[in-house]
Each structure stands twice: as structure tokens, then as C-alpha cells.
Design a protein around this ligand. Structure first.
Ligand SMILES: *Cc1c(COP(=O)(O)O)cnc(C)c1O
Length: 405
């Protein structure tokens, strides 16, 4: 008789975005004449850049001829893509990452969920609070945590590192020493970043304590300030303690196309075993790589034309971010983020919870955002707005919000 994985039952029943969808559809049913503007989406909206489309077409044509057809992709990904990654994302930043330390995948969400498989269930994890829920949830499903405590909104056995106004939304070292530390900068949902000198302290902390850092750099392309690191390998000693996750989703519009990669340096070892070798095993046997066609599209991201076109896309979203930041400040709100990330983190007005503010904005401005409490207990009292909409809708939403003030 089979048994289910009961760890799945520890996850709370309703998912943040399904609750939002239900509330919005209930509202529009009652008010069919109203137009809703969504400033809550965590998905890009601009089409793939012309250089990427061209690479896709070319790769599709190659698949049509026996001489240029491609079957299974190599385990770690095609060398043309891993070389481009090593050159542009690392060497150009003074970081020495070899192509066999790069594992091409179908996205950072999958990798951030799967990476925990190479670690024992005895490890204690630490996550930022608030943060992207995938890190904690996948450790819950694996059985690395205790039950969910509804009164504290926390899983037992997980170290939550509070990211608050007081610490500029960057965590401090926890009281209890973790084994696996998840960091995400620029952060989803707060839009916060940390300076290179601060990240260096985390690298030193991990090396000193025998911990591993899993660093999610999905929003790296949005960094605009000079002292913010683009990769954790800019820090000394990171190769002996850090894994980095990257995605083509937010910088190049691949959310539906699917492409990402994970870096595991060969120096990263425990008990004489290289984590790079473990992940290579996993990658080879449960292959979640990307198709040839998509890897060619990824290569075009690094071409001169592709790079220029994508810089324009990022600038477009960041113009929205500026519009939201400035508009909300004019309307009297306290806001942060939005400078190195496409996310704006708003402090809800006195006496309003995250969900109160969600309802208030939906009913009075017909604008939809995301309640901060959905990203962790310290997200309560905050609200996430995203820069991924059209400029026209972003302007219109801000006009509506300003009118309420
Ligand atoms: C969007 C996002 C990703 C990207 O995931 P993909 O699977 O590559 O689309 C990864 N991490 C964070 C924090 C994100 O917000």
C-alpha cells in the first residue's frame, strides 16, 4: 500500500495569489463597469526582444534538417550558452567561474526548489522574512521542517530572519546558527538590496560556521547603484560557501519561455565531497535542463543587439518603478525599494493590515497589489506593488491612488 508524503499537508491551504484572484473576481462580478489595474503581477509583460525572436526562428529551422538537428541537450547545458554566461555574467565582473560550474536549467524557481535535495534532512535552514515563499515551502515538502503554526504564521524548525524598516530590510545574523542560508538580493518582495561589504559579512559568516548560502540573484539586471553586488562571487571566499541561482525570466522576459542556471563552484565541499559533483548527478538523472532552441535564445541575450534591447526593457520597467515611487510619496505613503528592483514596498497606513489595504485599494481605486503578509509574518503591515505593468496603466493607477489622498 502506498503512502503519501504527509509533509505536503503541512503547507497552509490557500495560496496568496488564488485568494487575490478570488477577491478580484468577486469585486468585478459586483461592479462589471469598473476597470481594474493590476500592479500586483510578478510576471513580465513586454514581448521577447527582436534579437531573441531571431535566434528562436533560426534554431527552429536548424531542428528541421538532419545535419543541424539536436536531440537531448548535454547534461550541464550547451557550451555556447555556458561560455556566454561565464564571460558576461562573471568574468566581466572579475569573477572566475568555469563553464563546468554552470548548470543550465528550465528556471530558477525549479532550481531553488530542487537544490535542497543534495542536502541532508538534518540541516536547519534560515530564510529572510518576508521573502519569495519557494525556499521554505520546498524544505517543508522535503520534510526538513516541523508543522505550520497558524498563530505565529511560521513553520517550526525554520530560522526566520526579520527584514524590517529598522534594518533596511536586510537580515542580521540569526541567534541560532543555520546550516543553509537562503538570501535573495535584490529582494522579492521588498525590492531591498545589500551593499557588497554587507554581503561579504554573510560570506565570512558562512565560511566561519560551515554553512552554505543559496543566493538568488534573479533581479540582478535591475541593479542601478554601484556598490550593490551583481553576483555573490564578487565577495572573497564565496566559492567555498555559496551556490548562486540565476534566471532569464525577469531580465529577458523568459517567464513563459523558461531558462535559468545555477552556479556551484568546485571548491564548495563538505566531508571531502564536492557539491558540484552531487548536483551533476542530480542534473544528469532527473534532467530539468532547457531545450536547444531555448538555449540559443538565451545566447542571444548576451549578443550586442540583444543586450541593448534588454537594457531598454529594464529601463522601461524601472521608469514605471520611478512613477510608482514618486506618485506614492506625493500621496503621502512611506515607500522603499524600486531603485535596484522592479518592486515597491509600501508601508500600509496606521491601523490597516496588508489585507485591509488590499481591499481599500481594490474598492476605492480599482487597483490590485499584493499584501505583504503573504511573503512572511514580517510582511504584515506592508504591500507590494510591481513595475511590470504598461507605463500607461501605471500612470493611470497612480492618478487614481493620488486622488484618494
Ligand atoms: C521570479 C523569480 C525567480 C525566477 O524564477 P524562474 O523559474 O526562473 O521564472 C526566482 N527567484 C525569485 C525571487 C523570483 O521572484
Amino acid at each position: 500500500m502506498f503512502e503519501i508524503n504527509k509533509n505536503y499537508l503541512k503547507l497552509p491551504g490557500s495560496y496568496l495569489f488564488s485568494t487575490i484572484a478570488k477577491k478580484v473576481s468577486a469585486y468585478t462580478e459586483q461592479h462589471p463597469e469598473k476597470t481594474i489595474i493590476r500592479l500586483g503581477i510578478g510576471d513580465v509583460t513586454q514581448p521577447l526582444a527582436p534579437a531573441i525572436i531571431e535566434a528562436l526562428h533560426q534554431a527552429v529551422d536548424e531542428m528541421a534538417a538532419a545535419e543541424t538537428f539536436h536531440g537531448y541537450a548535454p547534461d550541464l547545458g550547451y557550451e555556447f550558452l555556458r561560455s556566454a554566461i561565464a564571460r558576461h555574467d562573471y568574468k566581466a565582473r572579475g569573477c572566475d567561474i568555469a563553464i563546468d560550474e554552470i548548470f543550465v536549467s528550465d528556471g530558477a524557481k525549479c532550481d531553488s526548489g530542487n537544490i535542497q535535495e543534495i542536502f541532508s534532512l538534518n540541516n536547519k535552514i534560515a530564510v529572510c522574512d518576508p521573502v519569495y515563499p519557494v525556499y521554505a515551502d520546498t524544505n517543508v515538502m522535503a520534510g526538513r521542517t516541523g508543522d505550520y503554526d497558524a498563530s505565529t504564521e511560521r513553520f517550526e524548525g525554520v530560522i526566520y530572519m526579520a527584514c524590517t524598516e529598522e534594518n533596511d530590510f536586510a537580515p542580521e545574523f540569526p541567534k541560532e546558527t543555520p546550516d543553509i542560508i537562503y538570501l535573495c538580493f535584490p529582494n522579492n518582495p521588498t525590492g531591498a538590496t545589500i551593499k557588497k561589504s554587507e554581503l561579504q559579512k554573510w560570506v565570512d559568516y558562512a565560511n566561519a560556521n560551515g554553512a552554505v548560502i543559496i543566493y538568488d540573484a534573479a533581479y540582478e539586471a535591475y541593479i542601478s547603484e554601484d556598490d550593490v553586488p551583481h553576483t555573490i562571487y564578487e565577495c572573497d571566499g564565496a566559492k567555498t560557501c555559496a551556490i548562486e541561482l540565476k534566471s532569464f525570466s525577469k531580465n529577458a522576459g523568459f517567464t513563459g519561455t523558461r531558462l535559468g542556471y545555477t552556479v556551484i563552484p568546485k571548491e564548495l565541499k563538505q566531508d571531502g565531497v564536492s557539491l558540484n559533483a552531487l548536483w551533476a548527478r542530480r542534473h544528469g538523472t532527473k534532467y530539468n535542463g532547457a531545450p536547444y532552441i531555448i538555449q540559443r535564445a538565451g545566447e542571444a541575450v548576451y549578443s550586442e543587439a540583444g543586450n541593448a534591447q534588454l537594457k531598454e526593457q529594464v529601463a522601461y520597467y524601472m521608469k514605471n518603478a520611478k512613477t510608482i515611487l514618486e506618485g506614492l510619496r506625493e500621496a503621502g505613503y512611506s515607500v522603499s525599494g524600486g531603485v535596484n528592483a522592479p518592486y515597491i514596498w509600501l508601508k500600509t497606513p496606521e491601523g490597516m493590515t496588508s489585507w485591509d489595504f488590499f481591499d481599500y485599494l481594490l474598492e476605492n481605486a480599482n487597483v490590485v497589489g499584493t499584501p505583504g503578509s503573504g511573503f512572511g509574518p514580517h510582511g504584515e503591515g506592508y504591500f507590494r506593488l510591481t513595475a511590470f505593468g504598461s507605463y500607461k496603466n501605471t500612470l493611470a493607477a497612480l492618478e487614481r491612488i493620488k486622488k484618494l489622498a
